[in-house]
Design a binder for this molecule. Structure first.
Ligand SMILES: Cc1cc2nc3c(=O)[nH]c(=O)nc-3n(C[C@H](O)[C@H](O)[C@H](O)COP(=O)(O)O)c2cc1C
Length: 162
């Protein structure tokens, strides 16, 4: 049992898992300008004016320091054929982009080739969110693609049937 949690955290995690979401990879660069990224299902649209989006990042995640020290990040919405990339960015690998196609966005930060959409963000603000940091990005540029999304539900990846 965690401090301050009045019920079984696993039960809470399972209940949260009843919310089906898309899957994104937040991509950025480390302190040596190497591309890196993290799989994130907590992405959400936030505001149209100004154009904002958000996600939450666990405070113990290795990528937190690059979010905190960097000026921005890209959010890539994954398509239904990109589950291998989603699992790859969810592992603590030395080279998260190994074997994956990517290109630099307008902001110079990595974009995953074949992603459904990507949003290029500057860092708007960070907020405390318990054991996570709530990261709000200001969208400077985006490209909307086409195709079916990758979906995450109850710990599994799937896609949507029309
Ligand atoms: C489908 C899926 C969704 C995830 N969503 C999040 C998330 O929203 N926030 C988060 O901090 N970690 C999330 N994770 C876990 C991170 O991707 C994982 O811990 C990763 O290794 C963190 O990368 P880092 O160690 O380079 O920071 C998710 C993992 C998966 C498989």
């Amino acid at each position: 049992m965690l401090d301050n949690v009045p019920f079984d955290p696993r039960a809470l995690r399972n209940a949260f898992g009843r919310f089906a979401s898309g899957i994104t990879v937040v991509s950025l660069t480390d302190d040596q300008d190497r591309p890196t990224g993290v799989t994130v299902s907590s992405f959400s649209s936030l505001s149209l004016d100004p154009p904002l989006c958000l996600f939450s990042l666990g405070k113990t995640q290795a990528s937190r320091k690059w979010i905190e020290s960097g000026a921005g990040f890209n959010v890539n919405i994954l398509g239904h054929g990109q589950s291998a990339a989603a699992w790859q960015f969810a592992k603590p690998l030395e080279d998260k982009f190994e074997g994956l196609d990517w290109f630099p966005g307008r902001n110079g930060l990595p974009v995953i080739a074949g992603a459904l959409c990507h949003f290029e963000c500057t860092k708007w603000n960070l907020y405390d969110g318990g054991d996570h940091v709530i990261v709000v990005g200001h969208i400077e540029h985006f490209i909307e693609g086409d195709g079916d999304p990758l979906v995450f539900y109850r710990g599994k990846m799937a896609t949507v049937a029309e």
